[in-house]
Design a protein around this ligand. Structure first.
Ligand code: HEM
Length: 482
């Protein structure tokens, strides 16, 4: 077993001679493998530290105390999510002008505007969309076939997110926006880390990014025009246009930025959470059995009803634990807007401060045996919002958290009520952080069968063993794989 658990909280290491917890190294090495980089910073220095290359420093905060300091103070710690904003008046500048690049009063005001379609009352209306899409997925999962579940979940969420954001009456246009956003997000992920260090190799792709932003903006504008031309529905875009036209305090550029951000923020985070949860369940047969008992005894139809979504306790614990151990958002960052004291550091303006769901969720003093997938721990724990933060915390917490949870809690039961998923024995499963997200590498092959209630884990290889401590697989199953 190659997993490398985090040591319990090392005391903050400030040498007696006053030396600060600083490691000298290449910032690009952190960008190339953020989990390894953050694990090192945690093991060497504890809850607050800095990585320094020449005169540039990146700060790291782990654990609830410093995470709270950074995330709750949006005055001093600004968001600056997109590394590449593009030239003034470019499509790239406009499509990156959503909430993630706003701060202060502008962020507060625009967040109130964008949140409308995500209130509990509003998201109830999306229940049938989600149930319908998840039933379509089940129909496409023919028993006896092998599916790449990572690809299926990405495609599934692309369609579902497109329909919730843009409506169902123009599916092809909606899916086209989805696909263009996916391509544009991938380019940002590829080029973004290079902007930290101005890597000359990746800057060559810059033109491609600008073109991709133009294509995306064109498609979003066409959809906005269509909706304004008298086709307002109940999708998120229609609700935003209505509010936009009534309030008049949102520019068209900002509307485009919000729409693109909503898609980018919703699609892959939800897809990866679904893939990781299916994988963890498939590799933990006893927990799959408990969930199966709950689904078979509680679900009358093929999907949970609106009332049932939050009334399935095993499912609730499984989701919480899956998003703890393999959080789709592994880390994120803030920029200091003014000089600020952070532990022993006097942080200067424009410095980058990284916080991490992945590291905080794996601290043994917060979550005993943190590398294990143990949904039952949620019967007795109730961590603070800064100790458990799959959706972030504070004034910039995810506005789609309730919608995201609702989608997950309808999709998984629908998939698993009638289908059994088993990882293809011998598969290599890897997790890799791209930009800030923990991606399952493609493919994650699973055998789809009718659900007969008999579940078995499979022997798998890959760096997944360094991320989660999977139970040993029975020898006869190992032999079958060989
Ligand atoms: C499982 C699914 C999801 C996960 C794990 C997730 C995670 C997150 C996290 C961690 C943040 C905070 C980032 C930071 O503080 O730097 C965030 C912000 C955000 N999320 Fe989500 N998210 C999910 C689904 C969604 C959905 C479905 C939507 C909307 C359709 C959405 C829209 C947003 C927006 C707009 C923000 C920015 C909020 C702001 O800056 O004020 N997310 N999300």
């Amino acid at each position: 077993m190659s997993h490398s658990p985090l040591p319990s909280s090392p005391a903050l290491r400030i040498a007696d001679d006053g030396h600060l917890p600083v490691t000298h190294g290449r910032i690009m090495d952190f960008a190339a493998d953020p989990i390894a980089g953050m694990r090192r910073m945690w093991a060497w220095h504890g809850e607050v530290s800095a990585l320094q290359e020449a005169t540039q420093r990146i700060y790291f905060v782990f654990g609830p105390e410093y995470t709270r300091q950074v995330l709750s103070d949006s005055q001093r710690f600004h968001s600056s999510f997109f590394a590449i904003r593009g030239p003034r008046k470019s499509a790239q500048r406009r499509v990156t002008s959503g909430l993630l690049t706003m701060n202060g009063d502008q962020h507060k005001e625009q967040r109130r505007f964008v949140m409308g379609p995500f209130q509990k009352r509003a998201i109830a209306a999306y229940h049938d969309h989600v149930a319908g899409h998840s039933q379509d997925l089940v129909r496409s999962w023919q028993p006896g076939t092998t599916r790449d579940v990572a690809a299926d979940m990405t495609h599934y969420m692309l369609r579902l997110t497109s329909s919730i954001l843009f409506g169902l009456d123009q599916p092809e246009l909606a899916y086209n926006i989805g696909e263009l956003t996916e391509k544009w997000v991938a380019l940002n992920h590829r080029i973004g880390p290079a902007a930290l260090t101005s890597d000359p190799g990746l800057v060559a792709e810059y033109d491609l990014l600008l073109q991709s932003a133009e294509d995306l903006e064109k498609a979003v504008l066409e959809m906005i025009r269509l909706r304004r031309g008298g086709h307002l529905g109940h999708d998120v875009l229609s609700l935003l246009i209505r509010a936009h036209d009534e309030m008049g305090n949102v520019s068209d550029d900002q509307l485009i930025g919000h729409i693109v951000l909503l898609f980018g923020a919703a699609h892959l985070t939800s897809a990866h959470t679904l893939t990781w949860t299916l994988f963890l369940l498939a590799q933990h047969p006893e927990i799959m059995r408990q969930l199966n008992d709950e689904l078979q005894s509680s679900l009358v139809g093929s999907s949970p009803t609106h009332e049932q979504v939050d009334a399935l306790p095993v499912l609730d614990r499984v989701m919480k634990e899956s998003m703890r151990v393999l959080p789709a958002s592994a880390y994120s960052q803030r920029i200091a807007a003014e000089p600020v004291q952070l532990g022993p550091f006097e942080v200067s303006p424009t410095s980058v401060i990284v916080f991490s769901q992945f590291i905080t969720h794996h601290m043994p003093e917060l979550f005993p045996q943190p590398e294990k997938f143990l949904p039952e721990r949620w019967e007795t724990i109730s961590p603070s919002p800064y100790a458990y933060l799959p959706f972030g915390a504070g004034p910039r917490m995810c506005i789609g958290a309730a919608l995201g949870m609702m989608q997950l809690k309808i999709s998984l039961p629908t998939f698993l009520k009638t289908r059994k998923v088993t990882v293809v024995p011998g598969s290599e499963i890897n997790g890799r952080v791209i930009s800030t997200m923990l991606f399952p590498t493609d493919p994650v092959p699973m055998l789809i069968e009718e659900n007969d209630g008999r579940f078995e884990a499979s022997h798998v290889t890959g760096n997944i063993h360094s991320l989660v401590d999977l139970p040993a697989v029975a020898p006869q199953i190992l032999r079958r794989a060989a």
